[in-house]
Design a protein around this ligand. Structure first.
Ligand SMILES: Nc1ncnc2c1ncn2[C@@H]1O[C@H](COP(=O)(O)OP(=O)(O)OP(=O)(O)O)[C@@H](O)[C@H]1O
Ligand SMILES: [Mg+2]
Length: 482
């Protein structure tokens, strides 16, 4: 615009002499000259004023706004840079948090108050096999059920604002049996209502805890049982021997008995008749049977309190299992008065099993008890749709052989499972079980063979006992008191 203004003023100045040279006659008329000159000057002045005005009207804007613009522009640049840095930091933090949540083995699921999934970490993906893309926006009940998370619980937790926790929830069966800790944590945000569901697999911890408790309990019980067995043994022996003496002294076959009766003028025949009329021999028989049973219990109690001198030798476990199966059939018929048959047996033996250094009679005793327990469990449960089946597996695991005895019987509740290895724990009726079978088995496997015995069971589905036996005996079995 500046150039344009200058050009116009130059034109105006140039025009003025040209106009002045237009006509000589006209010039000759000197009275017009001052007027023309004055007009030209006026025109020039007008152009200059116009240009000046334009300049003055524009100049203050550009002159004053330039630094302002510069300042604003600078501030804007600074703001944008700051925004970019914050955004980058936010993205980094988001990635870091997401990494953190995803690298945790715990299932972490974000849910709304209505139970719609808002967050789904990798652990949740792995457990369910469902990608977060497919899970987000779905109802939690439709995508996650290990364990099932009740919608009412989520709502109640958010409502109260207090975390809900449940420890060691059993989930699954047999080899898939897991223990899970569940926490529903309400979200602490003023404008969002929701919760975080955390599910942690604590199976290993629970098993270790149980095994530790079991070990402690068994050790103290073992010592106590040894003492008890000795204490009971002596009076019991006295009862049994006195009973024998009474029986002998009531026998008509002994001359001394008849002589003693005659001396008192009591006909021995009348005495025998009196005793029969009052059923005394039947009561004495009762005492005899109860005494024998008590003696058997004491003997078994002593079995797990004493270190045995049972011979250890190389044994083929498959053969041992087969022999035990044969024995079990006979014992089972005896124990059930032949009312029930042995269940269907499936044998699954590794053909390349190494021989195991063990006491054949003791391992057989354990096997017999496991088989009988399974068979009795079927019998106690009564008729069911599935064929009563016992699966026996023998597999090698490095320097151990694993023996599994699994039945599809009635199973056990968690409460029963906690006690089965304790001496005298039985759920069977009086006279059916003494509750010593599994405690003796436990000691045979743990103490005498340095192996392990574990149980997994679920009511209504079945029970599996897993025994691990070292192929080689590492050290002598510890000597126990008693
Ligand atoms: N396979 C099984 N299925 C269901 N319950 C079982 C099974 N094995 C054991 N149990 C439970 O464990 C309890 C303890 O078993 P254990 O062998 O120690 O004693 P018992 O069988 O009752 O008596 P005993 O073996 O001395 O005759 C049983 O009473 C039963 O409740
Ligand atoms: Mg038993």
């Amino acid at each position: 615009m500046r150039y344009y203004g200058s050009a116009l003023s130059f034109l105006a100045l140039a025009v003025s002499p040209a106009v002045a040279n237009v006509d000589a006659a006209f010039i000759a008329d000197s009275s017009w000259l001052p007027r023309i000159l004055l007009g030209t000057c006026a025109l020039q002045a007008l152009v200059i004023i116009y240009l000046l005005l334009r300049y003055l009207r524009r100049q203050p804007e550009t002159r004053d706004l330039d630094p302002l613009l510069q300042k604003t522009k600078f501030q804007l640049h600074r703001e944008i840079a700051r925004h970019e840095a914050t955004e980058e930091l936010l993205l980094e933090t988001r990635d870091y948090l997401s990494c953190l949540i995803n690298s945790l083995p715990t299932v972490i699921i974000g849910v709304t108050e209505e139970g719609y999934v808002t967050h789904w970490n990798i652990a949740a993906e792995e457990i369910t096999g469902l990608s977060s893309q497919n899970a987000l926006g779905q109802k939690i009940s439709g995508v996650y059920n290990a364990p099932p998370i009740p919608q009412e619980q989520i709502r109640a937790t958010i409502g109260k604002g207090i975390a809900y926790t449940r420890d060691a929830i059993p989930f699954g069966l047999g080899a898939d049996l897991r223990y899970l800790d569940l926490t529903i944590q309400p979200l602490v945000s003023p404008d969002t209502l929701g919760a975080v569901v955390l599910v942690q697999d604590v199976t290993l911890r629970v098993r270790m805890e149980r095994s530790l408790i079991q070990n402690e309990k068994m050790l103290s019980l073992g010592v106590m049982a040894a003492g008890l067995a000795h204490e009971i043994n002596n009076p019991l022996a006295a009862i049994m021997s006195n009973l024998q003496t009474i029986n002998r002294r009531l026998s008509p076959g002994l001359a001394a008995n008849i002589e003693a009766a005659d001396a008192l003028k009591i006909p021995f025949h009348d005495l025998v008749q009196y005793m029969e009329a009052r059923e005394i021999p039947r009561f004495l028989d009762g005492i005899q049977q109860a005494g024998e049973r008590a003696a058997k219990i004491v003997k078994t109690m002593l079995e797990f309190s004493h270190a045995h001198n049972s011979e250890f030798s190389q044994q083929n476990l498959a053969q041992l299992v087969d022999e035990s199966l044969e024995l079990a059939t006979n014992t089972f018929e005896l124990k059930t008065d032949g009312k029930a048959r042995m269940p269907f047996i499936i044998r699954d033996f590794d053909p390349n099993l190494p021989e195991v250094e063990c006491s054949a009679s003791e391992i057989q005793q354990v096997l017999l008890n496991l088989l009988l327990n399974a068979a009795q469990a079927f019998q106690l449960a009564g008729e069911s749709e599935a064929t009563p089946t016992i699966n026996i597996r023998l597999v090698t695991d490095r320097d151990h052989v694993i023996l599994e005895v699994e039945d599809n019987g009635p199973g056990m509740s968690d409460k029963v499972q906690k006690h089965i290895f304790e001496p005298f724990f039985t759920t069977k009726g009086v006279g059916v079980g003494t509750g010593l079978g599994l405690s003796v088995s436990y000691f045979i496997i743990k103490e005498h063979h340095q192996g392990s015995i574990e149980v997994e069971s679920k009511p209504g589905t079945g029970t599996r006992f897993t025994i691990r036996l070292p192929v080689h005996r590492h050290c002598q079995p510890p000597l126990r008191a008693g």
